[in-house]
Design a protein around this ligand. Sequence first.
Ligand code: NAD
Length: 335
Amino acid sequence: MSLRFTHETLPQRVVFGPAADHLAAEVARFGERPVVFGGAAPDLLPGAPRHRDVIMHVPVEAAARARAFAAANDADVLVSIGGGSSTGLAKAVALTSGLPIVAVPTTYAGSEATNVWGLTENGRKTTGADDRVLPRTIVYDAELTLSLPVGLSVASGLNALAHCVDSMWAPRADPINQALAVEGVRALSGGLPAIVRKPGDLQGRELTLYGAHLAAVAFASAGSGLHHKICHVLGGMFNLPHAQTHAVVLPYVMELNAPGIPDRLADAFGPGGLARLRAEVDAPRALRDHGFREGDIPAAAAAILAVVPAGNPVPVTTDNLTDLLRRAWAGEEPR
Ligand code: NAD
């Protein structure tokens, strides 16, 4: 790659450590009247009003209720505690109010490190980028992820891994976001098997959370590559589950884009590569197990073909896309 590029780094404070020790002080940097967005997470800011009405993909009606809740409590800082859905709800409030967000993630989705918001209306999801929704501070406390079941941890962690891999050929890929992505792969390839071996152990959780952060920073900077375009179409047209779809599709995109995989990314996976990792964590294997039907392949291929990012390392055609989708549908052994 030529060393001529323009890279933008998003301004954010990142704290790794127990939320019980750090959160109150981080919130106090921005305001005195926090409101909390989060469903099941522990009460980390006693006394702060809490909005529990969190729905995946942020329906516009849920966003309106959250905005009314923040206004009714005269909030001057928004605190999200939970997965990507809780972060997404706080982002919807920040988008119209400009209030700062302090994010405490409890999954590996990574929304806390991006300036991307999403809203769903009449079943259609709209996304956009706006710096007002970028959380000002993230507090990463691995202890809070201990309650995330192993299956969800694996799917969520493989979703983070896909952020790293797609950063290699995404539209704004550059040597800086690629370096973050490679280190993200290294951390996730070590952390995820450790979670599966010892789900109650903090070490694997910490490593995975660190990897998930790097993955999200890389992705926010590099943009959506072929993998994310495929998963976005599959999720939107056929209502397939977010994290599992990413987990199944990733090896087939790597197969197609093999000529674009730099040696340092392959090295970061360690011996056995992605195949070894997928076997160790018993990754989701076939789209047909998650609601995708063989008869949907032609429509999916046509929709994906229309949004293939420029600069993908391999030309994408109806034929190779159809083959990719058929193999992912069946769960055939990736090459
Ligand atoms: P989620 O937030 O919906 O959480 C999944 C489930 O896990 C929920 O039932 C939740 O209550 C539960 N959960 C969360 N943390 C837990 C914990 N520690 N212990 C036990 N249960 C826990 O799912 P997600 O995968 O984190 O986020 C998905 C959403 O985030 C999607 O809407 C996706 O589009 C969005 N997202 C946005 C961005 C972005 O940059 N804007 C990035 C990634 C994901």
